[in-house]
Design a protein around this ligand. Structure first.
Ligand SMILES: Nc1ncnc2c1ncn2[C@@H]1O[C@H](COP(=O)(O)OP(=O)(O)OP(=O)(O)O)[C@@H](O)[C@H]1O
Ligand SMILES: [Mg+2]
Length: 346
């Protein structure tokens, strides 16, 4: 990791997320700012928490891009149609860890549950634009919707009405336009002409294989699968890989599966050990096959179950702002280095 001290907003000023292009102040209200129940939420959580979260204030620093940035933007879909496996937790904290490594990261909340947006403390109000507006309004530009979380980290936020977009886009499925609307909308942001082109795009997919996930896979060049080492995990994986293969045959010939992240891992259980063994055997058996997961890895480290990771979203903070020294922060920091090691750099 480089020496850059990552950004940590002041502890008790809620409206810390200022915008670049469109800002939260312009069009999105902070999770902390508007929620009348914030104190209650904090009280509830702190009742069960040790007082010291290990959250020492860290100076705000400008973003300094690292020299080992990938040659081309790595666009990664965090995908698993199974719910509650750690997609959003991984999207938020891997993105934050990559920014700490000097990578410019754009995150995209493709889930109408808007958990990624909330994890960053972003709540869309009536005045503000979200991914729904971007996908449904031909005139709207992505830069009017993307907001800055802190230097180096930006977000295309979501809200609950995104659920309706699949129905609205349905008539365009037949022409193939519905599947690539996100990709078309982000063409300028991802072009070489953009001086602030992201090094990574991290897409938090919903727990389904519908049109939103298909849009994510059409834009992405990589899939990473967060999962838990549970019974039937492999069965779910084969359905997921089938979908990736279909997209590769249809909309995105370059799509590959980079790997699997084991989340909420309990290393002591026999079942977890067996499932990891099965996963390894499955991936090793695919090395000679011409499939999108031919080179997929199981990333190190496995992300341990850590309560701080579950607490931090209710404060609208990443783990590095909330409890930077906890095991969850260390796991995501090291994971970011594993992901970075796969990059082709110039
Ligand atoms: N390593 C971890 N340790 C403890 N709790 C975790 C960990 N990772 C995730 N969680 C918690 O588990 C729950 C599910 O995680 P998360 O929301 O990231 O999953 P998801 O796959 O995005 O879910 P969904 O499919 O609903 O979008 C959340 O409450 C989250 O805070
Ligand atoms: Mg999620």
């Amino acid at each position: 990791m480089n020496e850059w001290p990552y950004y940590s907003p002041p502890q008790d000023t809620p409206a810390e997320h200022s915008g670049e292009g469109a800002s939260h102040d312009d069009h999105a209200s902070s999770h902390h700012e508007d929620s009348p129940t914030e104190d209650q939420v904090i009280d509830d959580v702190t009742d069960e928490m040790p007082e010291d979260t290990g959250n020492d204030p860290v100076p705000v620093a400008p973003f300094i891009p690292a020299p080992n940035r990938p040659r081309q933007t790595r666009i990664i879909a965090m995908m698993n149609q199974k719910g509650g496996v750690g997609k959003t937790t991984t999207a938020a904290n891997l993105a934050a860890a990559l920014v700490m490594e000097g990578m410019r990261v754009l995150t995209i909340d493709m889930d109408p549950q808007a958990h990624l947006s909330l994890s960053f403390g972003v709540e869309i109000d009536e005045e503000s634009y979200s991914l729904y507006d971007l996908l449904s309004d031909d005139e709207l530009d992505a830069n009017d919707v993307i907001c800055e979380i802190y230097p180096g980290l930006t977000l295309l936020p979501s809200e609950v009405n995104l659920a309706g977009i699949e129905g609205e886009l349905a008539p365009k499925v037949i022409t193939g336009q519905a599947q690539r609307v996100l990709k078309d909308k982000l063409a300028a942001v991802l072009s070489d002409e953009n001086p602030e082109k992201p090094d990574f795009v991290i897409i938090d997919c919903p727990p389904s294989l519908g049109l939103l996930t298909i849009n994510a896979l059409t834009l992405a060049n990589e899939v990473i699968v967060p999962m838990q080492a549970h019974f039937l995990a492999l069965q779910g994986l084969s359905k997921l890989l089938e979908t990736v293969q279909l997209i590769r045959n249809g909309f995105n010939a370059n799509l590959t599966v980079s790997g699997i992240i084991l989340c909420m891992h309990d290393a002591q259980t026999i079942l977890a050990g067996e499932v990891v063994g099965d996963l390894q055997a499955f991936l090793e058996g695919s090395r000679e096959a011409k499939v999108p997961w031919q080179n997929a890895v199981i990333y190190q480290p496995y992300i341990r179950r850590n309560i701080k990771l579950a607490e931090s979203p209710s404060f609208g903070k990443t783990i590095f702002e909330y409890a930077p020294t906890c095991p969850g922060a260390r796991d995501y920091e090291t994971l970011a280095q594993s992901v970075l090691a796969q990059s082709v750099t110039s």
